[in-house]
Design a protein around this ligand. Structure first.
Ligand code: PFF
Length: 467
């Protein structure tokens, strides 16, 4: 296969743009919203430790695998895998992995857009000064007021989905780069400001202890959650990184690039945790506050510091932008595929897919209010029910989609991508793409992809089944 081909959808001008785009995809609600609340739910340090191990041994190798498949295939993930499987005589079933990933990405987008919509609502709230001098209880009530109102949620969800579709319809290469160049450094600066505030709360060390105290009795409880989150936060297992890889110039080192993205993503998540938990403790809140954690704690912080209103406003704008640069990467694999397959314009394909995601997202909107009793995956005394209205246990629609994607589809997708790059593509093809000059480093990368990452995924699955 000619490897100097260019994708019909465009190309990044340099590997820096790939780093920007992939970091834009990786850094998002997963870091600032999900990581802190999951750490809270799964008891702190043990979760963080497993998450870091999963990032290093599973997430980053799979990111390498995806990038190299994409760059060699130069098409949408499904068609890249089809072409590469044909090239190396692999089974015709391999592209199925990319199909599963594509669907998973669309499902994630459906709820991601709803949560990103919350940050749009908070931009207005901050701008109006709703949170100035707010108490922990008031912040909790403000959040409850938002999630219990399906109309307000629908409005923001719709708006966010339109924004996402808009960038994708225009093409990722054009609009994305300029905004990311400004946005990412600003996000860092604001996170550091928040960190500064949390240092003044007098509970900073409680936060540090909570994040880094390793309690081995909690390991089994959160291990699948930690791995699922490692996939989610790096955007791997769905083909987003693969499709971005397909726009990457030939002459750039994939290894260093992917490491940079993984590192930046981890630093942002840890900084968010270090900024948030001291505020949680100072306000006397529970760290296990669930999905509302960030939306309750940050307004307390911003409502009670000098210039908090303006900092809060800017912060939620950045959260929305970080979510935006992630959400577009969820739509791109499917848009690229359907453009290739149907020959229709990006605009038509994007509108159709965004509408589908919007519709599924309405399930998440309703799961916080009138549909809270619609339960999925219910394990009850009389056996397992896929769906039951008003069941005690089980998961609501939002939790169900999150569970299905993070715990099952992403690890499955990632496992397949690693096996494909490691065992189906030829060693020469992988060497050519990775272009790592040191033979030792090349072998380390290859065996991480071939063996360590796949075995890691399998171990976690088995640990979950036997718990
Ligand atoms: N990595 C994103 C985050 O941490 O918010 C979420 C994400 C983006 C997941 C893209 C999946 C994806 F394809």
């Amino acid at each position: 296969m000619a490897t100097d081909k260019v994708s019909i959808h465009g190309a990044w001008v340099s590997r820096w743009v790939f780093i920007l785009a992939a970091t834009g995809s990786a850094v998002g609600l997963g870091n600032i919203w999900k990581f802190p609340y999951m750490t809270g739910m799964y008891g702190g340090g043990a979760f963080v430790a497993m998450y870091l191990v999963c990032i290093a041994l599973i997430g980053v190798p799979i990111m390498l695998a995806e990038t190299l498949i994409g760059r060699r295939g130069r098409q949408s993930p499904v068609n890249s895998m089809k072409a590469l499987a044909a090239e190396s005589g692999g089974s015709k079933l391999w592209p199925l992995a990319a199909v599963i990933g594509m669907v998973a990405a669309l499902l994630i987008l459906s709820f991601y857009s709803v949560v990103a919509g919350w940050s749009l609502d908070y931009i207005i709230g901050m701008g109006r000064g709703d949170f100035s001098g707010i108490s922990p209880q008031g912040a909790g009530e403000a959040f409850g007021g938002l999630t219990s109102d399906p109309w307000r949620l629908t409005l923001w969800h719709t708006l966010f989905m339109v924004f996402t579709g808009f960038v994708i319809a225009k093409g990722v290469v054009a609009g994305l780069e300029r905004s990311l160049r400004i946005m990412m450094p600003m996000l860092f600066v604001l996170l550091l400001m928040l960190l500064g505030y949390s240092l003044t709360t007098g509970h900073f060390m409680d936060g540090v202890r909570f994040l880094f105290h390793f309690d081995s009795s909690k390991v089994q409880e959160g291990i699948l959650a930690a791995m699922g989150h490692a996939f989610f936060t790096l955007s791997v297992g769905v083909g987003s990184i693969m499709v971005y890889g397909s726009y990457m110039p030939k002459k750039s080192s994939i290894g260093a690039t992917v490491l940079t993205v993984g590192l930046l993503d981890t630093v942002v998540a840890l900084t968010a945790g270090l900024a948030l938990f001291p505020i949680v403790f100072a306000a006397g809140l529970e760290p296990s506050g669930g999905p509302g954690l960030m939306f309750v704690t940050l307004p307390i912080a911003f409502g009670n510091i000098a210039f908090g209103q303006i900092a809060g406003l800017v912060f939620f704008v950045l959260v929305a932008l970080a979510a935006w640069s992630s959400s577009i990467s969820m739509l791109e694999p499917a848009v690229a595929y359907f453009v290739e397959r149907t020959g229709r314009s990006r605009a038509v394909v994007t509108s159709t897919l965004a509408f589908f995601c919007w519709l599924v997202g309405m399930g998440t909107v309703l799961s916080f209010n009138v549909g809270a009793d619609a339960k999925f995956f219910v394990f009850a005394n009389d056996g397992f029910h896929l769906f039951q209205w008003g069941a005690e246990g089980g998961k609501n629609f939002f939790e169900g989609i999150d569970y299905l994607t993070s715990r099952l589809l992403l690890p499955l997708g990632g496992l397949s991508f690693a096996l494909f790059a490691g065992w189906v593509m030829t060693r020469e093809a992988v060497r050519d793409e990775l272009s790592i000059s040191s033979p030792v480093l090349f072998n380390v990368a290859l065996w991480l992809i071939r063996v360590v990452a796949p075995i890691g995924v399998l171990i976690v699955f088995v640990a979950e089944l036997t718990k």
